[in-house]
Design a protein around this ligand. Structure first.
Ligand code: 4AD
Ligand code: MG
Length: 445
């Protein structure tokens, strides 16, 4: 029996005769040679069969096997710096092949397919090297998030998914029947996090969140993962200090651990190498001036139209894109108008039309990757905000309690996993960063 190895560990088996089990990714023929590319989930390796060595029968079999047939290939590993593959650098001189299943007419061929077709075949598309690379990056980003928080004294406390009330506005709620009542899928775990910090100091929740987003943009899913750190005795400046360390760590760790995946995705890594504290911090007012200046200087009528904005409006994607082009790092925009943000944000001292919110915008037009704020700490102010937003006060009594019993300045934020992965991978649409994305027009497969 030959030794069974995985492709990611191929470099420790140079010169050995081994077996690799996997799927036929592609094959090409050149005269008396057949080159196959075998993937095993951990990587892709090139196998080479030379007709005079393997014999006619095996040669003919390799020539005709369908894409995605499942196989066990046995042969000898040899270094070849030019052999395509991940991690690359080695190939297998094929000696034997066992076919587990001969796949016929695999629907995803090397030719170009439309995204809808590929999304309909997401269960198969995951096998393609770029999708594979993105999802491996996603796992590493998740792990980096958890490691950083665990190593910095944050306690992971889970928050409920079935909730009785809204936290991020009532327009994007998914309603579910909860026996005789209405309930909603959680848009955020934040309100519960705020209770948890009064018991544990620094906490985070990390899980799926739901928004019935009617918008069809490159950045919106209806189900996405969010990590939400929340801290007692933290103000807006503390929050930005923490976020820049956190995001820099995530990017640095991914660059260390997933370099070959990022290379496969043809990501320009020099832009990511630059992601180190401090990040620029500008106020909403300054951002508005900056956008006005860009608009003024432009002679593109469409851009002028898109950048039209007045004080009090939220930024759209064209505004964020133009703004972030001015910086080579993620940029904080703080102090948004109260009217465009959720009800729970602390007002700016002396300027109640502005709140102590902060969004972190990623470079290269990837837009908002985190949203957070200092939270309102006064019970009376909170009650008026809940009333102003037309929310049912009785559902928020427990939340108001947190301000009645030992209220402290506190802050937190949420980082969207899919948007962060899209930015790190350099992918233009968040749907490819989720294994089975859900959006306005898609919940299958
Ligand atoms: O800005 P958001 O809505 O903030 C909150 O939910 C706060 N309660 C978080 C907190 O302070 N604890 O969402 C936070 C982040 C966004 O910056 C974005 O990265 C991501 O979550 N996000 C989405 N990602 C994909 N699809 C959507 N529909 C998203 N909505 C928000
Ligand atoms: Mg936001």
């Amino acid at each position: 029996m030959t030794k069974l190895i995985t492709i990611e560990n191929i470099d420790s088996h140079d010169g050995e005769r081994v077996s690799v089990q996997g799927w036929l990714y592609a094959s090409t023929r050149k005269g008396k040679l057949v080159f196959v590319r075998l993937r095993d989930g951990t990587g892709i390796v090139q196998g080479v069969a030379y007709r005079p060595e393997v014999g006619d029968e095996l040669f003919e079999l390799l020539k005709r096997l369908g894409q995605e047939s499942s196989l066990v290939i046995s042969g000898t590993i040899r270094a070849n710096s030019r052999a395509p593959g991940y991690p690359g650098g080695y190939e297998i001189g094929i000696e034997e092949v066992e076919v587990l299943q001969d796949a016929i007419d695999y629907p995803i061929t090397p030719k170009e397919h439309g995204v809808d077709f590929l999304m309909d075949h997401r269960h198969l598309w995951l096998r393609s090297s770029k999708q594979w690379a993105v999802l491996r990056v996603r796992t590493t980003v998740k792990r980096a998030i958890i490691d950083f928080l665990d190593n910095n004294g944050y306690l992971n406390i889970d928050t409920p998914i079935i909730t009785p009330s809204a936290a991020e506005g009532t327009s994007s709620l998914f309603e579910v029947d909860y026996f005789d009542e209405k309930a909603y899928l959680a848009q955020t775990g934040q309100l519960y996090n705020e209770a948890d910090i009064m018991a544990f100091g620094k906490v985070y929740c990390f899980g799926p969140t739901f928004r019935a987003e009617k918008s069809k943009t490159r950045r919106h899913l209806t189900e996405f993962w969010m990590v939400e750190p929340e801290m007692a005795f933290f103000d807006l400046d503390d929050l930005m200090d923490f976020e820049e360390e956190f995001v820099s760590y995530i990017v640095r760790t991914t660059l260390e651990k997933r370099r070959s995946e990022l290379e496969l995705l043809e990501r320009d890594m020099s832009l990511l190498e630059n992601v180190k504290p401090p990040f620029p911090r500008i106020s909403y007012d300054e951002a508005l001036d900056c956008i006005a200046a860009i608009r003024e200087a432009s002679d593109d009528p469409q851009l002028k139209e898109e950048l039209q904005i007045e004080w009090g409006d939220d930024f759209g994607s064209p505004h964020e894109t133009q703004l972030t082009k001015q910086f080579d790092k993620p940029v904080f925009v703080f102090g948004y108008p109260t009217q465009v943000k959720a009800f729970y944000m602390e007002p700016w001292p002396g300027r109640p039309e502005v709140c102590k919110s902060v969004d972190l915008l990623a470079p290269e037009g990837y837009g908002e990757i985190t949203g957070g704020s200092e939270r309102m700490s006064d019970p009376e102010e909170l009650i008026s905000a809940i009333r102003r937003h037309d929310l049912p006060l009785d559902q928020y009594q427990w939340y108001i309690d947190l301000r009645r019993y030992g209220s402290v300045p506190h802050s937190g934020f949420g980082l969207g996993l899919e948007r962060t992965v899209a930015w790190i991978c350099g992918i233009d649409h968040v749907r490819q960063t989720s294994p089975y994305p859900r959006s306005l027009n898609r919940m299958r497969p």
